[in-house]
Every structure is written in structure tokens, then in C-alpha cells.
Design a protein around this ligand. Structure first.
Ligand code: NAD
Ligand code: TYD
Length: 362
């Protein structure tokens, strides 16, 4: 049975990936999830699979070399899928150092531990072992409004502390592949949305605020463009890259689904109104009147857009979920999981929200 070590599996994409893998492979695989459970990590995301015999959770920091080495020593790991990271641009602007620690040093620890466990005396690696580093399109910087795409060959030009730290981690993975022929791949994916996304990111924040009748903060002129992908499509791409991709290659993942932020917020309001029943009191306040333009993010990248040509041509991956359908699925999930939202927005989240938005929205 193949054993996966997933890092950051209690976060948004990691937990969706674990669900996807158990739906697809059921008892054919074993997953060990290592996560430090920062503010973004939530075991509630995995409540329905936590008792599976082929699933194990280990609470550890990826910078903790001893803890990570121990996992490799005690388990014959076949695949690493490395999600764990600090992932929010706004937080990186306020506190960049933790991004360098987790994203750069944590990735170095993971690479080193896997190399130690998998390397043979002659410097080659045990057959079939693979490391997949999950990264972002933000490493490529910002595109002009009127054209161009990010290709795998686009030079790195990160602007935020988040994207700079992810670029650093990607460079380390490239260096391991070039120097040691370390068996790895990198995926650079566009913005994800879907179930279990923490409401500090645009889409879940908008859904949560709209339902509560709170203002919907839009940075700057609202015309910044992101290329949105439903999270299950990302999970599928990661699995397909490990199964069908060529080792040492980078694959861009995205679905040609470019939208301005203002369009996103208006679509969410429209779909919320369609899904709320007429006698639901929230329907009265879920309107575009909640939209509030606020001070822009510092260094705000104007446009991201992925060219997914390589992953389509070489691997046959294409996104399956159309944007409006994905937004509807996401909204329905949030309706069905109000308790989840209540739990993640209690306590520390309130402090974060006040710190980030009270001045902007006053
Ligand atoms: P997230 O913030 O929701 O989850 C991150 C997870 O990592 C959390 O469970 C957290 O507890 C864990 N973690 C953080 N620091 C850790 C540490 N030092 N040790 C162990 N665990 C730690 O992030 P996400 O949105 O699920 O993103 C996952 C990965 O995908 C990241 O590497 C991110 O850069 C990348 N990515 C995200 C997007 C997106 O739109 N969210 C798009 C492309 C790529
Ligand atoms: P976000 O979800 O934080 O993802 P990223 O910064 O990684 O792309 O933001 C998506 C876009 O939405 C980005 O252009 C910033 C913008 N945004 C707002 O306008 N208001 C908000 O409250 C947030 C969180 C983001």
C-alpha cells in the first residue's frame, strides 16, 4: 500500500486534497497528515475521516527537524505532498518573518528529511519515491491588465512577502532537483476557492460578511484580476502530476477563469440571493449595497492569469467545475456548515478582523 505524507493537511487545500484522495483511492492508500495547527489549521476539516484505519494525524511543525525525521524513520513514505505554508498575503505584509520561517526553512527541512530517507549509498534515490511541492502563481509577479499569461518559463518576480517566501521555497526544490536529481515536481496554481476555506480570503469572507449583513471590503478600485479554480480541480491536478507527470518538471495549474474582484463579489451576492429562500430574513440585507471600497492593499498585484497548456498537453488535466457552479457548491457548503463558520470565526478571528478592517471600514 502506498503511503503519503501530506503537510498542512488541516488547512483549506490540504484537507480538500485528503478528502479527494480517500474518495478516489479509499483503502488503497495510507495518508499521514503532519500539521502544526496554526490559526489556519483545523481538525474539524477532517472530522469525517479521522477514524479511518489508513489515516494518521501528527501535530508537528515542519521546521522541527527531529519530528519530521522521526516520521520518515517510522514510516516507509512513498509520496510527499507539501502544502504546509503561511498562505495569506495580507498577513505577510504585517508579519513577514513567519513566512520566511515556515515557507522557506520549513520546505528546506522537508526536502532534507525526504532526501535523507530516500537516498541510496550511490547518490540515486529509491525507486518510486516522489515529492510534490505545492506552490502558487503569485511567484511570477503581476501581469498587465491588457494581456499576457504566466507560463512555466516566466521569470520569477514576486512582490509580496508571501510570494517572495514561496518563490524561495520553489527555488530550493529546483536546487534539490538540479543538484541531487531529487525526485520532485512543483505545481504553481492560481487562486483556489471552495469548502473549508478560512474566511480571511476574499470568497469566504464575502459569503460570511454578506450573510451577517456586514460591509464587503473591496481593495482599491476592485478591478484586480485573479484566475479562480475550484479546489477539487486543484486536488485532482496534484494527483495527476504525481501519477502522470515527468519528474523534475514544473506544471502551472489554472482554468482560464479570470475575474475582477468586483465581479466575484457581485456573483456571490447574486448566487446567495438565489439560494436564500424568500422567508429567510437575511435575504433583505444580502444586496450590493454592502459593497464598500476601502484603501488598497500595499503592493497589490494587478492581474494573475495562468497558461495551463503544459499540464493539459502532457497530462490531460483540465478543470471540471465552471465558476458559477463552483460558487454555488461553495455557498451551499457554507449553508450546510454554519457551525464550522461559527467556530472558525470565534476568538482570534475577531481580533484579526478588527485589526485588518475596523480602520478601513470606518
Ligand atoms: P492554509 O493557510 O489554509 O493552510 C495551511 C496549513 O498549513 C494549515 O493547516 C496550517 O496549520 C499548516 N501550517 C502552517 N504553518 C505550518 C508549519 N510551520 N508546520 C506545519 N504546518 C503548518 O493554506 P491553503 O490555502 O490551504 O494553501 C496550501 C498550500 O497551497 C500553500 O503552500 C499555498 O502557498 C498553496 N497555494 C494556495 C492557493 C490558494 O488559493 N489558497 C493557491 C495556490 C497555491
Ligand atoms: P485573497 O483571497 O487574499 O487572495 P490573494 O491575495 O492570494 O490573491 O485576495 C483575492 C483578491 O481579493 C486580491 O486582489 C485582494 C482582494 N481582496 C479584497 O478586495 N478584499 C478583501 O477583503 C480581501 C481579503 C481580498
Amino acid at each position: 500500500m502506498r503511503t503519503y505524507l501530506v503537510t498542512g493537511g488541516a488547512g483549506f487545500i490540504g484537507s480538500n486534497y485528503i478528502h479527494y484522495m480517500f474518495r478516489k483511492y479509499d483503502n488503497e492508500i495510507r495518508i499521514i497528515n503532519v500539521d502544526a495547527l496554526t490559526y489556519a489549521g483545523n481538525l474539524e476539516n477532517l472530522a469525517d475521516i479521522e477514524n479511518r484505519d489508513n489515516y494518521t494525524f501528527v501535530k508537528a511543525n515542519i521546521c522541527d527537524r527531529e519530528a519530521i525525521d522521526k516520521i520518515f524513520a517510522e514510516n516507509d513514505i512513498d509520496r510527499v505532498v507539501h502544502f504546509a505554508a503561511e498562505s495569506h498575503v495580507d498577513r505577510s505584509i504585517v508579519n513577514p518573518e513567519i513566512f520566511v520561517q515556515t515557507n522557506v526553512l520549513g520546505t528546506a527541512t522537508m526536502l532534507n528529511a525526504a532526501k535523507k530517507a530516500w537516498e541510496l549509498p550511490d547518490g540515486t534515490f529509491k525507486e518510486g519515491k516522489k515529492f510534490l511541492h505545492v506552490s502558487t502563481d503569485e511567484v511570477y509577479g503581476s501581469l498587465p491588465e491588457d494581456g499576457g499569461y504566466f507560463y512555466e518559463t516566466t521569470p520569477y518576480a514576486p512582490h509580496s512577502p508571501y510570494s517572495a517566501s514561496k518563490a524561495g521555497s520553489d527555488m530550493l526544490v529546483r536546487a534539490y532537483m538540479d543538484t541531487y536529481k531529487f525526485p520532485a515536481n512543483i505545481t504553481n496554481c492560481s487562486n483556489n476557492y471552495g469548502p473549508y476555506q478560512f474566511p480571511e480570503k476574499l470568497i469566504p469572507l464575502t459569503i460570511n460578511n454578506a450573510l451577517a449583513g456586514k460591509k464587503l471590503p473591496i481593495y482599491g478600485d476592485g478591478k484586480n484580476v485573479r484566475d479562480w479554480l475550484y479546489v477539487d480541480d486543484h486536488a485532482k491536478a496534484i494527483d495527476m502530476v504525481q501519477e502522470k507527470g515527468k519528474l523534475f518538471e514544473t506544471y502551472n495549474v489554472g482554468g482560464h477563469n479570470e475575474k475582477q474582484n468586483i465581479e466575484i463579489v457581485k456573483t456571490i451576492i447574486e448566487v446567495l440571493r438565489e439560494e436564500l429562500s424568500d422567508d429567510d430574513p437575511r435575504k433583505a440585507h444580502v444586496t450590493e449595497d454592502l459593497i464598500t471600497y476601502v484603501e488598497d492593499r500595499k503592493g497589490h498585484d494587478r492581474r494573475y492569469a495562468i497558461a495551463p497548456d503544459k499540464i493539459k498537453a502532457e497530462i490531460g488535466w483540465e478543470p471540471e467545475t465552471m465558476f458559477k457552479e463552483g460558487i454555488r457548491k461553495t455557498i451551499k457548503w457554507f449553508f450546510e456548515n454554519e457551525e464550522w463558520m461559527k467556530n472558525v470565526t470565534s476568538g482570534d478571528y475577531q481580533k484579526y478582523y478588527e485589526g485588518m478592517y475596523s480602520k478601513k471600514l470606518s
